[in-house]
Design a protein. Structure first.
Length: 167
């Protein structure tokens, strides 16, 4: 966990030092992930409440912070930002027990799609792919899939429908 915090801090500090040569937040990538901003109740496909998620802009158009609270008490947070060097969006997710996930990707059509690899309990690589899709009714679908066979087949890890939180 300490290493993850240090990594995130170094990214933010390095990003600040590079800001003079980096494109501003109003570049072509700006706002691509803004459809995810908001206060959300998240539901599983069967209609059961999965949890609540708060997505807030830190640097409008360039960085978002996620704060997840699961219905059963789980918690996690992520930073989502555009990396101008790689020309990709990235997510660094940290779960309450210190588990981390690093994803990279970008817009595919109207969906944000990011992928990354972790190591499974058996020591073998696991490919993760998360797709966020804005719907016409103001909801957002988040579909997290994983593959243990190098991407030949995927299984669903999480399928959530984000609905704006009622006041």
């Amino acid at each position: 966990m300490r290493n993850t915090v240090l990594l995130l801090m170094s990214i933010l500090v390095t990003g600040g030092l590079m800001a003079q040569s980096s494109p501003p937040c109003n570049a072509e990538f700006s706002g691509q992930f803004d459809f995810w901003i908001g206060e959300w109740d998240v539901y599983q496909p069967n209609g059961t409440l999965a949890g609540h998620n708060s997505i807030q802009p830190l640097y409008p158009g360039c960085m978002l912070q996620e704060k997840w609270e699961g219905a059963q008490g789980s918690k996690g947070t992520s930073l989502n930002f555009y990396n101008p060097t790689d020309q990709k969006w990235e997510q660094f997710w940290v779960y309450q027990n210190g588990t981390t996930l690093h994803l990279q990707g970008g817009l595919q059509g109207k969906s944000m799609v990011m992928e990354g690899e972790t190591v499974g309990q058996d020591g073998k690589p696991v490919m993760n792919r998360i797709t966020w899709t804005p719907n016409g009714d103001g909801t957002v679908r988040q579909h997290w899939e994983f593959s243990k066979d190098g991407g030949a087949s995927f299984q669903t890890a999480f399928d959530g429908l984000y609905k704006p939180k009622k006041a």
